[in-house]
Design a protein around this ligand. Structure first.
Ligand SMILES: Nc1ncnc2c1ncn2[C@@H]1O[C@H](COP(=O)(O)OP(=O)(O)O)[C@@H](O)[C@H]1O
Ligand SMILES: [Mg+2]
Length: 453
């Protein structure tokens, strides 16, 4: 089998020129610290200039580097291009074109990474499956994921995200999926988008990349008509939800503290599975993943069976059991991200757990003018579920102040300052939900809870 990328392919795909020896590449790296021996290193201009790290990439075993300028030792294996990010994009497009894999692309306000992992698990039981290990869903992550796709992949799952209007369409176009999935429409990044309708329109841009005769998997809900309007007549639509009209329909979902038993009818076939991930939102994601599998004509009973035992990803509901100074504590680690929809989903999971309920929340970011309302609206569901609440950040202060006084544990300016207050309040048997936007650094609190003190 050839290398992931031969020298000829690298040159043709990027339209670059080799400086020094030509080279093949076994993998793609954009960070010299995580580079594997034999990778090609792309010197991207992101927070830092990747050109500064070319020597480090070579000392870590890079096969070569893609650069837009060089003053490095002659003899080093360089591929010179006018723009390294554009070159990565072209390589991603080339990878997509040379591949005969069935491609699923996932977008949506919440649940993209979880649904991607469910699909990875389903597809892997049918053939070689490629998907990114992280949430690589932006203008760098999507082409990177494509460029890393093995030649012989039978399936691939791509995650497509957005922070600002216009970001989804170009990523959808290079992905050219056979099946496009929109997980949910909710108020994440609403600050930049202005309305839920605008969010639904933006997500529906996924359709601009969908292949003719492809399938759109869409969530039932008030924005379904907006999304459906964007689907070309050659494409098939499968909706998922609980409506009798949904071809992927949830018939029963029974959650307990550890998981959820699902019965669903997918294109006429009744299937069952048990996720090791409680909450109806997980059932919704599973429904979307199964609908996508059915769209690709996979055996749906086998697909459902492969979801058995699916567990939440790190920071997205993973359950940790800790012993801290002789106390048994359960943590629901939701520190990866937060929005109104996902906080509500996490509170539903907390409701299933026995023990005192401690809720620790950091700010939900990128909500713009909607921020105060979105935070305040959480006071009621939080008060209904929590025995004791800790929050940090200016936005969560507003929510905290609206809580009944007997639920108010403490507020602090940031996660680092809140952590010791949470730690010292814990009792044996507590269940602690920790959640906030990535930028709120709530993993600091998880680390403190898991620490020695
Ligand atoms: N369908 C859903 N509805 C509400 N919340 C969800 C859903 N799916 C996942 N979540 C929650 O949202 C957060 C982000 O999940 P993730 O799968 O990483 O989504 P994304 O990749 O879209 O950011 C996690 O807290 C997760 O538990
Ligand atoms: Mg993600």
């Amino acid at each position: 089998m050839n290398a992931l990328w031969t020298a000829d392919e690298l040159q043709i795909a990027t339209n670059g020129s080799f400086v020094g020896p030509r080279f093949d590449a076994d993998g793609i790296a954009i960070d010299s610290r995580t580079l594997n021996v034999g990778d090609i290193f792309f010197a991207l201009q992101d927070q830092r200039d990747g050109h500064d790290f070319v020597p480090a990439a070579f000392s870590n075993g890079a096969a070569g580097a893609v650069v837009s300028r060089h003053n490095i030792d002659p003899g080093q294996a360089l591929l010179q291009v006018p723009d390294t990010l554009a070159a990565l994009g072209r390589l991603g497009e080339f990878a997509r074109t040379r591949s005969s894999a069935k491609i699923a692309a996932v977008t949506g306000s919440v649940g993209k990474s979880t649904t991607k992992e469910m699909l990875r698990r389903i597809f892997a039981s049918f053939g070689l499956t490629h998907a990114a290990d992280a949430s690589h869903n932006n203008h760098i992550g999507v082409p990177l994921t494509l460029a890393r796709m093995p030649r012989d992949a039978v399936f691939a799952v791509l995650e497509i995200g957005m922070n600002h209007p216009g970001e989804i369409a170009p990523l959808a176009r290079i992905s050219r999926p056979h099946v496009g999935i929109i997980t949910t429409i909710a108020a994440t990044h609403i600050g930049a988008m202005g309305s839920l309708e605008a969010i639904a329109e933006e997500k529906a841009d996924l359709m601009t990349g969908l292949l003719p005769y492809g399938t759109a998997v869409l969530p039932r809900g008030p924005f379904l008509p907006i999304m459906k309007r964007r689907v070309d007549p050659t494409m098939r639509v499968i909706t998922f939800g609980t409506d009798i009209a949904d071809e992927a329909r949830l018939l029963e979902a029974e959650s307990d503290a550890e998981g959820i038993d699902i019965t669903a009818r997918i294109l006429g076939t009744v299937v069952r599975c048990r996720l090791q991930a409680p909450g109806r939102h997980m059932a919704q994601n599973a429904l979307a993943a199964l609908a996508a599998a059915a769209a690709l004509d996979l055996d749906i009973i086998e697909a459902a069976a492969s979801l058995d035992g699916f567990a939440p990803l790190g920071g997205r509901g993973a359950k940790l059991k800790l012993e801290r100074s002789g106390l048994d504590i359960t943590i629901l680690d939701e520190s990866y991200n937060a929005s109104g929809a996902s906080v509500r989903a996490a509170l539903d999971v907390l409701a299933l757990q026995s023990g005192r309920h401690v809720v620790v929340l950091g700010d939900m970011l990128e909500l713009g003018d909607f921020s105060e309302d979105e935070h305040l609206a959480l006071a009621e569901p939080v008060a209904a579920q929590a025995d004791l609440v800790f929050t940090c950040g200016p936005e969560m202060r507003i929510m905290f102040d609206a809580l009944p006084p007997d639920r108010q544990g403490a507020w602090a300016v940031n996660a680092a300052q809140l952590a010791p207050l949470v730690c010292s309040a814990l009792r044996d048997g507590d269940v602690v939900l920790v959640k906030g936007s990535h930028g709120s650094a709530m993993r600091t609190i998880i680390a403190a809870l898991a620490g020695q003190n």
